[in-house]
Design a protein around this ligand. Sequence first.
Ligand SMILES: *Cc1c(COP(=O)(O)O)cnc(C)c1O
Length: 395
Amino acid sequence: MTEPYKDQNFATRAVRAGQHRTNEHEHAEPMFLTSSYVFDNAEQAAARFGGDEPGNIYSRFTNPTVRTFEERLASLEGGESAVATSSGMSAILSTFMGLLSAGDHIVSSQSIFGTTRVLFDKYLAKFGVETDYVALTDLASWQQAIKPNTKALFLETPSNPMNEVADLAALSALAKAHDCLLIVDNCFCTPALQQPLALGADIVVHSATKYIDGQGRCIGGAVVGDAKLVGEEVYGFLRTAGPTMSPFNAWTFLKGLETLDLRMKAHSASALTLAKWLEEQSKVTQVFYSGLESHPQHELAKLQQSAFGGIIAFEVEGGREGAWKLINSTKMLSITANLGDTKTTITHPATTTHGRVAVEDREAAGISDGMLRISVGLESIEDIQSDLERGLALL
Ligand SMILES: *Cc1c(COP(=O)(O)O)cnc(C)c1O
């Protein structure tokens, strides 16, 4: 399909890529709420089913609204092909079901979304796919963990909640040297801040639920990569097993993509201001944000991201008690584990998102009892600060 906006800038493609107007000449993208499509005659039906004629058959396979979202996201990530999924988790599941077989091995960062780890350890393991975990920033341990049957390296960067940054170019070189795929969950940065495919990753997965929606409404996900791996193999699993994205959600995410560039810049600017402010507070013992010069991978983050994103982790005095006191004294911040919303959210990772992680593993990962995670929203930064100031004064 021709891509009239392919030579235009990111912000333009975020607004316009993937739209193919119908004969109704609509300005906004239409929502195609239809489960199937009508054929002119029996011959056409047979040709479509036989793959001799391109075109829609059934919305588990293709849907025009979903395809507009897929084309737009592929353009923003710089991939040949994207497939949209019902959630971020089904994007990860579909990637591995499409590309791996029993006997294959994954090397994964240990700092990944908790449910992704459950998917690897409890479900992929049932089908003979084993996963070993390494520290995100320790290149030597990635290398040591690779075995002859390793097919994929998997990671999130920056990591949740510590904001550790992986060296994507170095990991891509390692993956290529061992003939395995580098798969990056780009949920925290989105293509507005970081484009892993350009740094050598083979596949990008997304939870569209977070910043792509950006307003906390719909659950969805996506896989982006080349036409063979994603357009054929991951897509083949998706159209067969069916964790496809609904056209309503695709339409919502399209509207999210249109403001993504603006929002990510605004989230990042506010988060940097808040992180610097937190560093100055006497009851805050440490701030983990890659935009700070105190962050160990600050230089790397500057190199591979255009800004540092909206997520901050920080540690307060008083351990769990101190952290809970701060959460409970907020009046505006939302106490919820979701992130990437216009509304600022606050969580206590040790007892929520990372509550099922063994204490030793949690401590090894640096997630202390006094740590809090904030997803900085688009409210006034002064109002966010004063909501936190009240609780910090109590510690
Ligand atoms: C939320 C999240 C997921 C899972 O996405 P869902 O849309 O909730 O299924 C995967 N990876 C990361 C980094 C996430 O934050």
